[in-house]
Design a protein around this ligand. Sequence first.
Ligand code: FEO
Length: 394
Amino acid sequence: MAVKKVTDEVYEVGVEHWDRRLFDELIPLPDGTSYNSYIIFGRDKTALIDTVDPEKTHILLRNLEKLQVNNIDYIVANHAEQDHSGSIPKLLEIYPNAKIVTNAKAKGFLIDLLHIEEDRFIVIKEGDKLELGEKTLTFYMTPWVHWPETMSTYLLEDGILFTCDFFGAHIASSNTFSDDSDIVYEAAKRYYAEIMMPFRVAIRKNIAKVKEINPKMIAPSHGLVYRNPEFIISAYEDWVSDNVRNVTVVAYVSMHGSTEAMVNHLYNYLVESGIEVKMFNLTEADIGEYAISLVDAASLVGASPMVLGGLHPAAAFTVTLTGALRPKVKLVGIMGSYGWGGMMVDQAKSLLKTVNADFLEPLLIKGLPKEEDLKKIEKFADAIVEKHRELGLL
Ligand code: FEO
């Protein structure tokens, strides 16, 4: 909640939300999160880059008071989602001269989401500049990280690129800079997995744009400021690439042990064949950990018992999420146990249509696997091993 100095004229005045445990009512936040807001003092004008979640507006206002900010000329909205835009209506009341600086698409969202009056906006486009007096802002469109309107703002004189969600990390920290790379890497990868992964192709273009700008610092609106931008840029380059690792993710639910016996046999066979296997029991798993594992796994196996003619609801939830995340896995397998029949495989395949991978012949076993069923599981596993070999991972 403290004011953090980034440079002599740039301060981070946002909020660490230490005890937030869920984002979008979906995403677990083991390390909390932050909503970063940056104030820039030019010789003539003052600009605020992004704001904070509306429930924390009072902290942002307190931080601005601490810095004796009596006037804000520009509120730059890089992204319209409420965790960054939610304080804008209050700020417009308190700072009556302030104008919102954003692109046309974001303006539309802000009007829809926050009911802001038209005359409070200044609309900018790619490459436009805004002079603050010895401080110059340039705007670059960086869409689909994860909304279509998101942009980045570059402070020329200090070489700071403000990227909002892009390069962000769900982590609350009293530090200003991301010098503890290991902790930040994990938080940034979790953030990428849960928010950015479906847009990895679009993100490649944005990374190229950022590399061209060649900033000295990257200041996202979640997490910490990177004064070694190469660290987060190269991590992103790896995540959005087509490269996969020698990992199979096994996500399963078992009611009475039959599906569990199947995945355990699969696990042993794959591990003994030289593949790293990450197991997720979906009744207990942190779906964030599951999403992280999908960032670079080569293959995925989903296993469920047949329940009321279809997937177990916990499996259906995860399969739906997987279809939405569109991981870059190269091979998907579906397996499970049934009592008398149902449509589990069709249901799963339909939810996974968005995943651009080869699909193994599904393996359904009646009841608890018998000796001959274990052989079928080994054959199923052989196909995974073969794919990993084909990919040069084994
Ligand atoms: Fe952090 Fe898309 O908002």
